[in-house]
Each structure stands twice: as C-alpha cells, then as structure tokens.
Ligand binder design. Structure first.
Ligand SMILES: Cc1[nH+]cc(COP(=O)(O)O)c(/C=N/[C@@H](CC(=O)O)C(=O)O)c1O
Length: 401
C-alpha cells in the first residue's frame, strides 16, 4: 500500500511561482516583475563586481570547508551587527546584541519565530496588512499566532497611519510587532521619521517587542545608515528588539542564503543566554550555516576599499530603480488621459511598487500583456528596464480600465 499516495499537490508559491510561470512563457515581450531580485538595464541578473573581487581573494587564500560554529562565522556576526546598529553604537561595546548567522532573511525570521514559540508561549506577532507573502507561512509553520495591523490605505495609496497606531495599541500587551525596517514589501511605503517616533512611543507604552525585518538595508535609499535609521531610533531608546537581516538584495547574494538574526537585550548577560538558546534551536533545524556568503560579507566590510566599492554599487542599483520609477511615472502620465494621479509611483521607495491593480487586473497584465507580477498588485521595478516602461504603462492603463 502506498503511504505517500494521499499527499495532495501544493499550490505554487505566490511570489516564486510567478518566476516559474514567466520562464514557461515564450512570448518575446514577456516581463518578469514578480520576484524581488535586481536586474540590470539589460534585464540580466547582476553579480556585484565587489563580490567577484572578494571571491577571487578568497580563492587565492585557499580556505577550508570545515563546519562553522552553530552561530555562524564570528567575523560575519561582528560586521553584520555593526552595519545594522553602527560600529560606534553603545549597544555594540556593551555586548548587548546576540547575533546568530541565519539562512538569509527567511531563515533568520524562522529562527526568531522558534525562539518566540519556545520562550513566549501565547504571545502573538502582529504583521502589516499587506506584508511580504512569506511572513504568514513562517509564523504558521513555527506555530506562532499572528494577526494584522492596518498599513496600506487604498484610498490614498499611502500609509493608514491612524489605523496602524490604533491596531498596535489594541494588540495584547507584550505582542511582537513585525516592522519592515525600510522599503516596505509589497507597498514601497515607509513611515516618516516622525511617524517612526510615534510607532516607538506606542510600542513602548504597550510593552510590545519590536521585531524588524531588514531585507533591503542600503538598497532603498542607497545609504546603509539611512536605511537603518528606524532600527537605530528604537535602539537609542533603550528598547529590547529583534532584527532579521538579509544580504540577498543589497549585496546580490540571493542564493548564498546569508543573513542574521540580532536580538538586542537589556544586558550582556541576557544576550549571552539568548544566543545560547538560538544555537540550541538552530542545531536540530540545520546544524550550522553555509560559509561562503558569510566570508564574502566579512571580507568586503573588513576592507575599506571593498566596502567603499560596495557602497558605490549599492547606490548604482538603488539609482537605477529610482530612474526607472521616474520613467514609468512619465510614461503613465504621458499616456493616460483619464487624469488618474500616478504620483504614488514616485512616493514609494525600494524595489517595489504597489499599483492598486486587483487580482483580476493583475491576471489581465499576465494573460494579455505577458507582464508577470504578484496577484496583490505588486510589481518589482528591479525587473524593469527604461526601454520597457512605455510597454508596461500601456499594460497598466489597459488593465485599469
Ligand atoms: C521583507 C522581506 N523579508 C525577507 C525576505 C527574504 O529574503 P531572503 O532571500 O530569504 O533573505 C524578503 C524577500 N523577498 C523577495 C523574494 C522572496 O519572496 O523570497 C520578494 O518579496 O520577492 C523580503 O522581501
């Protein structure tokens, strides 16, 4: 008797499944605006020059393939916390940050979810509505209850700040509040510095625990420091918090699966104990993380020349997205006669634009125009070239009407 016969087919992933459909499409005008992965103006994947330089140096050095410690490469853990908080941040020399290298952002979020499940029974996570498609899966599979706080306002195509604040206030005391550090996915709408201060006030008031997902540091504005300002504001208030990091986008290390979970604690002793429990959770999950990406990050940040070159390339990537945003806005405004206000395209930041297209309209984009995007109406501008903006504008205008 077959034991696996009863297993049903899983649905395609809302984001990664779009790329599979794109690859199957043979139409010459097809455009993949699904997965949040950077592409050049020629719509090709991009390996940063600084990554190639670091890898050549590593190859010459001839390094071994010994297991890393459960918590990952020490040199990486050091620089990743310094990049996030700032090397001169008191929390670093006070040794209050427990940092464990994770399997990129996803793995770091999942490890943090396992810590919450084990040490905060009954606590829940509140996540933005909408949020990154995989957040709900991660907390569901980690058996951590979650609910949503209002975030996107379709009327203004902006932030529903009042709704966000009242939902955070209404959450049970001691909830974990999942926040996108910068470049909110999928809306591309970030709180202003003043709004971040109010969000911090409310979280402090309710004894909630801030839990940042930082997957685009340096990629949103082009500046590593600017994109970390929300996290640093909360840290400066003396709050305990968690931060999941990823180097998939800002260093183009997607498939190397390099990231980290950072837990800022109130004392160095607590940080030591938290780190030991994160290790205890990681060992049975994947034992220890992959070494290559960790060495690439540590080597780049560890060398002034390479670090500066990385910053230049990050600005170049962020710059290309900003210019393609402007070009798309110009194409839409130039083509559309309905008088619709397209300025939201320019107000949004980071890799994505939340178009406001509904599921049926998104399907029209794909079925009629061969433009691949997620069903929530998100388009990844990283997959768009200036040359294709006119075509995309025609598709969007056609799909709206
Ligand atoms: C907000 C956010 N957090 C974490 C991740 C995880 O990335 P990792 O490669 O595990 O470090 C992603 C990836 N987002 C893009 C790709 C994906 O869905 O996995 C996306 O939204 O298209 C995010 O957008």
């Amino acid at each position: 008797v077959s034991r696996f016969e009863g297993i049903t087919m899983a649905p395609p992933d809302p984001i990664l499944g779009v790329s599979e459909a794109f690859r199957a499409d043979t139409h010459e005008m097809k455009l993949n605006l699904g997965v949040g992965a950077y592409r050049t103006e020629e719509l090709q994947p991009y390996v940063l020059n600084v990554v190639k330089k670091a890898e050549n140096l590593m190859l010459e050095r001839g390094e071994n393939k010994e297991y890393l410690p459960i918590e990952g490469l020490a040199a990486f853990n050091k620089v990743t916390a310094e990049l996030l908080f700032g090397a001169d941040n008191p929390v670093i020399e006070q040794k209050r940050v427990a940092t464990v290298q994770g399997l990129s952002g996803t793995g770091s979020l999942r490890l943090a979810a396992a810590l919450i499940e084990r040490y905060f029974p009954g606590a829940k996570v509140i996540i933005s509505s909408p949020t990154w498609g995989n957040h709900k899966n991660i907390f569901n599979d980690a058996r951590v209850p979650w609910s949503e706080y209002r975030y996107y306002d379709p009327k203004t195509v902006g932030l529903d700040f009042d709704g966000m604040i009242s939902d955070i206030k209404a959450a049970p005391e001691g909830s974990f509040v999942l926040l996108h550090g910068c470049a909110h996915n999928p809306t591309g709408i970030d709180p202003t510095p003043e709004q971040w201060a109010t969000i911090a006030d409310v979280i402090e008031e309710k004894n909630h625990i801030p839990f940042f997902d930082v997957a685009y540091q340096g990629f949103a504005s082009g500046s590593l420091d600017e994109d970390a300002s929300s996290v640093r504001l909360f840290a400066a208030r003396g709050m305990e918090l968690l931060v999941a990091q990823s180097y998939s986008k800002n260093l183009g290390l997607y498939a190397e699966r390099i990231g980290a979970i950072n837990v800022l604690c109130s004392s160095a002793d607590a940080a030591t104990r938290v780190k030991s429990q994160l290790k205890r959770l990681a060992r049975p999950m994947y034992s220890n993380p992959p070494v290559h990406g960790a060495r690439v990050v540590a080597n780049i940040v560890g060398s002034t020349a390479l670090f500066n070159e990385w910053k230049e390339e990050m600005e170049m990537m962020a710059g290309r997205i900003k210019s393609v945003r402007q070009k798309l806005f110009d194409s839409l405004s130039g083509t559309d006669k309905s008088g619709k206000d397209w300025s939201f395209i320019l107000k949004q930041i980071g890799m994505f634009s939340f178009t406001g297209l509904n599921t049926a309209q998104s399907d029209n984009m794909t079925n009629k125009w061969h433009v691949y995007m997620t069903k929530d109406g998100r388009i990844s501008l990283a997959g768009l070239s200036s040359a294709k903006c006119e075509y995309l504008a025609d598709a969007i205008i056609d799909s709206f009407h």
